[in-house]
Structure formats: structure tokens, C-alpha cells
Design a protein around this ligand. Structure first.
Ligand code: NAD
Ligand code: TYD
Length: 352
């Protein structure tokens, strides 16, 4: 018999957000056993978890969420109480080039997990939970005004957001049809250490460091709401423990930035950290062809989680961005590892 109070399967735990969630749970809850299922795609990296990999309550399983037999075996062997599902294909530009991967992982993979959870839990749903981690991109694009709330109708615009929207619908359908206890959160753009340098902030940090051009899509006036990844992990912890089953929670930073303003701030921080003359990184900015179907603005109304569960961001953006820059500059080996090999082909294909 296991001495652990709960057995929790976290999927995608070797990725950017997943690794921060795993770290928080492993350290904060020594009486939970955390099983990390990750197939280690280009975005998954066990180096992200080096500091906790020897912990008693941590267990890594290399495998695919689409592998029903493996998932079955994991549920049987570890008597899972809960799933926190983060594994996904997560980059919009890749979804434009190769949508099928997004359908397989984000939709088929999610439904595979739901099916096995139903098989093992449906005799007695008590104290079980399927927590699905999603994105604000399912709501589509905003104009100059307004915010996404939990009741904003779904209107996904990219293959990535369409696949995430579909997976959200399946999770709700398993609650509605079979009575599965579920909870969903939809979060805004995350930033912080351990993010693969294909997303805006780590890509631009790496390019500035290497004196490479900064490819700004379109007019650069697209707007995102940015949240420090550790604050997202804290929100997941709060929702996991205090969220009401069947509910959705929007998570955001109350922190909107137009891309170009964010990039100028990043250039300033980088000039300072690298000891370059102020204004030198800005010269790397190059406006390039826009992303097809580019969503103009995302902005989250995160009042519900603040009001009902008492969560709010802990870090101001300027401070978080400085910490993030420092993380990438201090973790040169990590950055060099992930940008060798197949990253070079991706970069050439995406940016020419
Ligand atoms: P990521 O791309 O950094 O990591 C994804 C992880 O999933 C990787 O470790 C990868 O190896 C793993 N994975 C991919 N396919 C798999 C499969 N078939 N089987 C098992 N593992 C697989 O992604 P992220 O940015 O950490 O995002 C995590 C989750 O949070 C995703 O569901 C994403 O939609 C959601 N989300 C991300 C953001 C953001 O800003 N990054 C914002 C809101 C929501
Ligand atoms: P990204 O980090 O890919 O996140 P998402 O598209 O999921 O919001 O992009 C953030 C914003 O930055 C988005 O408006 C697209 C823009 N962007 C660029 O201008 N250039 C780039 O090279 C990348 C990757 C993104």
C-alpha cells in the first residue's frame, strides 16, 4: 500500500508550464505522489526538472497521452485520484504549418485520457478530478475594448486554438454525459524561465543575445495579456484544491501589452544586462510578414478566480521580465541545448 494521500497524474510536466506545476506540487505536497507523463517532444525537456527529479514523491513516465494501453496501465498501477492535464502542442505558428499534430495530441490525446479516467473512476466519482489546462485563445480575438470572461462564447481562430477549444468541449461533455468531476482553466500568455525559444519572449531574448534580427509580425500592435508562469502554477494549485467541480476559471495577469511596447522594454532590459549602449538592441527589430489569421487582442477578466478563490498575480510585469531575462542569461547551457539540432530547421522554415 502506498503511503501517499493522493496519486496525481500531471501530463506534459517536462514542458514550460508543466515543469513549474510539477515543481510546485512536488515541493509543497510531500504527501502527494506526482506522476509526470510526457512524451518529450521538442518542447519537453527533463533538464527543466533537474532540481526535483530525485524527490521521493516524484515519478517520471515517458509516454504518449494517445497511448490508451499505457494510460490504462498507469491508472491501474498507481490508483490515480486526479489528472492535471497540460500535455499539448502549444505553438500557434506550428499549428498553421502542421495542424494534424494538434488534432492528434490536443483532441485525440485528451479524449484518450478522459476515456481511461472514465473506465477507472465511474464506479465511484467521489474525490476524483480531471483538471484540464486550457488557453484564453479559445475565445477568439477582441477589438480595442472588452475582456474575455468565463461566459464569452468560444470563437477559436487558429488551428491551435480550435484544437484546444475542441478538447475543452470534450472535457465538459464528459462531465455532462457521464458525471465526470472536471474543472477547466483558461489562461493568458505565460512568460518565464524554461519556455522553448519559439514563443515571443524567449525567442527575442535569444536573438538579442546573438545579435540576430527580431521578427515583429505585421504592425506589431497586437495585444496580449502576460502572466508570470509561477503565478499560473499557483493558480492551478488553488483551483485544484478549491475550485468548484464543473466550473471554468479564467486566469490572467491584468497586464496588457502591445507587442512592440513589450519588445522595446525587453530591448532596454537586455541592453542593460549585456552592458550594451542603450538603443542597440532596438536596431535588430525587423517588421516581417504577418502571421495568417493573427488574433488582434487577448485580454482576460480574472475577477472570478480573484473573488471566489482569492488568487491574484504576485509579480509585476517589469520585475517578472527582468527575472526572466536573467534566467535565460544564467542558463546558457539550457538555451544552447534546446536551440541546437532540429531547432535550426524550424527557424529556417519559419523565418527564412
Ligand atoms: P509546451 O509546448 O512548453 O509543453 C508541452 C509539453 O507536452 C511538452 O513537455 C511535450 O513534450 C508534452 N507533450 C506534447 N505532446 C505530448 C503527447 N502526445 N504525449 C505526452 N506529452 C506530450 O507547452 P506549455 O506552454 O507548457 O503549455 C502547457 C499547457 O498550457 C498546454 O495545454 C497549453 O495549451 C496551455 N497554455 C499555455 C499557455 C502559454 O502561454 N504557454 C497559456 C495558456 C494555456
Ligand atoms: P506567441 O508567443 O507565439 O504567443 P501567442 O501567439 O500564442 O499569443 O506570440 C505572442 C505575440 O507575438 C503574437 O501576437 C505573435 C507575436 N510574435 C511576433 O511578432 N514575432 C514572432 O517571431 C513570434 C513568435 C510572435
Amino acid at each position: 500500500m502506498s503511503n501517499f494521500k493522493k496519486n496525481i497524474l500531471i501530463t506534459g510536466g517536462a514542458g514550460f508550464i508543466g515543469s513549474h506545476v510539477i515543481r510546485l506540487f512536488v515541493k509543497k505536497y510531500p504527501d502527494y505522489r506526482i506522476h509526470n507523463l510526457d512524451s518529450l517532444t521538442y518542447a519537453g525537456n527533463l533538464e527543466n526538472l533537474k532540481d526535483i527529479e530525485e524527490a521521493e514523491n516524484y515519478h517520471f513516465i515517458k509516454g504518449d497521452i494517445k497511448d490508451a494501453e499505457l494510460i490504462d496501465q498507469i491508472f491501474m498501477e498507481h490508483k490515480l485520484d486526479a489528472v492535471i492535464h497540460l500535455a499539448a502542442e502549444s505553438h500557434v505558428d506550428r499549428s498553421i504549418t502542421n495542424p494534424m499534430e494538434f488534432i492528434y495530441t490536443n483532441i485525440v490525446g485528451t479524449v484518450t485520457l478522459l476515456n481511461v479516467a472514465k473506465k477507472y473512476w465511474s464506479d465511484n466519482w467521489d474525490d476524483k478530478l480531471f483538471y484540464h489546462v486550457s488557453t484564453d485563445e479559445v475565445y477568439g480575438s477582441l477589438g480595442d475594448e472588452g475582456l474575455f470572461t468565463e461566459s464569452t462564447p468560444y470563437d477559436p481562430q487558429s488551428p491551435y486554438s480550435a484544437s484546444k477549444a475542441s478538447s475543452d468541449h470534450f472535457v465538459r461533455a464528459y462531465d455532462n454525459t457521464y458525471g465526470m468531476p472536471v474543472v477547466i482553466s483558461n489562461c493568458s500568455n505565460n512568460y518565464g524561465g524554461n519556455q522553448f525559444p519559439e514563443k515571443l519572449i524567449p525567442l527575442f531574448i535569444n536573438n538579442i543575445k546573438n545579435n540576430k534580427e527580431l521578427p515583429v509580425y505585421g504592425d506589431g500592435k497586437y495585444t496580449r495579456d502576460w502572466l508570470w508562469v509561477v503565478d499560473h502554477a499557483r493558480a492551478i494549485d488553488v483551483i485544484f484544491h478549491k475550485g468548484v467541480q464543473g466550473e471554468t476559471y479564467n486566469i490572467g495577469g491584468f497586464n496588457e501589452w502591445q507587442n512592440i511596447d513589450l519588445i522595446l522594454l525587453l530591448c532596454k532590459i537586455m541592453d542593460n544586462r549585456l552592458g550594451r549602449t542603450e538603443g542597440s538592441s532596438e536596431k535588430l527589430i525587423k517588421y516581417v510578414t504577418d502571421r495568417p489569421g493573427h488574433d488582434r487582442r487577448y485580454a482576460i477578466d480574472a475577477e472570478k478566480i480573484k473573488r471566489e478563490l482569492g488568487w491574484e498575480p504576485s509579480v509585476q510585469f517589469e520585475e517578472g521580465l527582468e527575472k526572466t531575462v536573467d534566467w535565460y542569461l544564467e542558463n546558457e547551457a539550457w538555451l544552447n541545448n534546446v536551440t541546437s539540432g532540429s531547432y535550426q530547421n524550424y527557424y529556417k522554415q519559419q523565418y527564412g
